[in-house]
Design a protein around this ligand. Structure first.
Ligand SMILES: *[C@@H]1O[C@H](CO)[C@@H](O)[C@H](O)[C@H]1NC(C)=O
Ligand SMILES: *[C@@H]1O[C@H](CO)[C@@H](O)[C@H](O)[C@H]1NC(C)=O
Ligand SMILES: *[C@@H]1O[C@H](CO)[C@@H](O)[C@H](O)[C@H]1NC(C)=O
Length: 289
């Protein structure tokens, strides 16, 4: 009788190869503020000062992927500063773009950064799905990994190994679930008018330059060539296992629930002044995720 090992089916991000900045990205704006941190060009810093913010973008677009980077945020007084790591296709689809975001919102001296997650699908910009969290570590002291798993039916946001948010596509969301190829971006910019205290605490350039460092890039997924019409399955190549992801393990769910009890400070699902009737996926919380 054959021995059948008990195994967990589905996608695992462990052991995925990292890629250098050179292989996978190009600088996007504030080019003289995009600086390599090592000879192999594996790590990069971007900065904001009075003259400019800066950012970089992936060379390819991706339809369903696992993206990860280790990021170290600027310390000291960072009110009004926004550091981002996100996917978008707003350049290509001006009225019906998709987007999946990590946004880090700076703070006044000595106060912790806030992490925000959000997503849009097919131009659902009138229906923001923001959540905000504190972190269980100081993100200005060390690099920590921030990852997005995006399949045709799931989005999972991870901080280090902890899933902090899970979105499962349901029919009632209509086109609001991101489903077109996107570029990966990282930026630092002046968000004085909203990022901190609802815009009360502006960027103070006395503390510039504000420097965010990125390393350990993983872009694992279905890279799309905008010039060719291929199905997502064809584009996935070796990353076909992504779509075998079918929800978190019990252990991961436990980690997420603990995180959310301790660190969730805002969810659009609980904001009745914005959404008197919660958006459809809010009913799923605590059940499917
Ligand atoms: C990075 O890319 C630039 C421009 O293509 C090239 O000149 C340089 O040699 C590359 N460096 C490494 C370490 O790959
Ligand atoms: C914080 O800012 C002060 C004043 O600009 C500076 O002396 C100090 O080195 C900064 N600390 C860090 C960790 O950047
Ligand atoms: C996305 O938006 C486009 C343009 O507004 C529309 O034609 C299409 O039906 C939408 N797709 C979905 C899945 O809602």
């Amino acid at each position: 009788m054959a021995f059948i090992p008990s195994c967990v089916l589905g996608f695992s991000s462990h052991g995925l190869p990292t890629s250098s900045f050179n292989e996978s990205f190009i600088s996007l704006f504030g080019n003289d503020h995009v600086i390599f941190l090592d000879d192999e060009r594996k790590s990069v810093q971007i900065s904001l000062d009075q003259s400019s913010g800066s950012g970089f973008a992936s060379q390819l677009t991706y339809l369903y992927s696992y993206f990860s980077a280790s990021i170290k945020l600027p310390g000291n007084y960072t009110a009004g500063v926004v550091v981002s790591y996100y996917t978008s296709n707003a350049d290509e689809y001006t009225t019906n773009h998709d987007e999946i975001d990590f946004e880090f919102l700076g703070n006044t001296g000595g106060k912790p950064w806030t992490l925000q997650t959000n997503f849009y699908g097919n131009g659902s910009t009138g229906r923001g799905r923001e959540e905000r969290y504190t972190l269980w570590f100081d993100p200005t002291q060390d690099f920590h990994s921030y990852s997005i798993l995006w399949t045709s039916t799931w989005i999972v946001y991870y901080v280090d190994d902890v899933p902090v948010r899970v979105v499962q596509k349901i029919d009632a969301m209509g086109g609001d679930f991101p489903s077109k190829a996107m570029t990966l971006f990282a930026t630092i910019w002046d968000g004085s008018n909203w990022a901190t205290g609802g815009g009360q605490n502006k960027v103070d350039y006395k503390y510039a330059p504000f420097i965010a460092k990125y390393s350990s890039f993983v872009l694992y997924g279905c890279s799309a060539n905008p010039a060719r019409e291929e199905s997502a399955a064809e584009m996935c190549g070796n990353a076909a296992d992504l779509n075998s992801f079918n929800g978190l393990t019990t252990e991961s769910k436990g980690k997420m629930e603990k995180f959310r009890i301790e660190h969730l400070i805002y969810s659009y699902c609980d904001d009745r002044s914005r959404y008197p009737t919660p958006l459809p996926e809010c009913n799923l919380r605590g059940k499917s995720s």
